[in-house]
Design a binder for this molecule. Structure first.
Ligand SMILES: [Zn+2]
Length: 63
């Protein structure tokens, strides 16, 4: 995997998960019911300029 920052083209990229107070998840807007399917959200961040990009569902197949 050879990712580059979209802003400054640095290759010092770290992969991580977007975490809020109790974890950030993506839930489809049109879902009905109490138990909703959701997926954690992964992202990449640049160590040089701080840009966060490539925000992606961890398990797009599960929603
Ligand atoms: Zn950068």
């Amino acid at each position: 995997m050879d990712k580059k920052c979209e802003k400054c083209e640095s290759s010092r990229i770290i992969k991580g998960k977007l975490i809020g107070y109790s974890g950030v998840v993506f839930i489809p807007e049109n879902q009905k019911g109490i138990i909703k399917k959701s997926s954690a959200v992964m992202a990449y961040a640049c160590k040089d300029c701080g840009s966060v990009f490539d925000i992606t569902l961890e398990h797009p197949d599960k929603i």
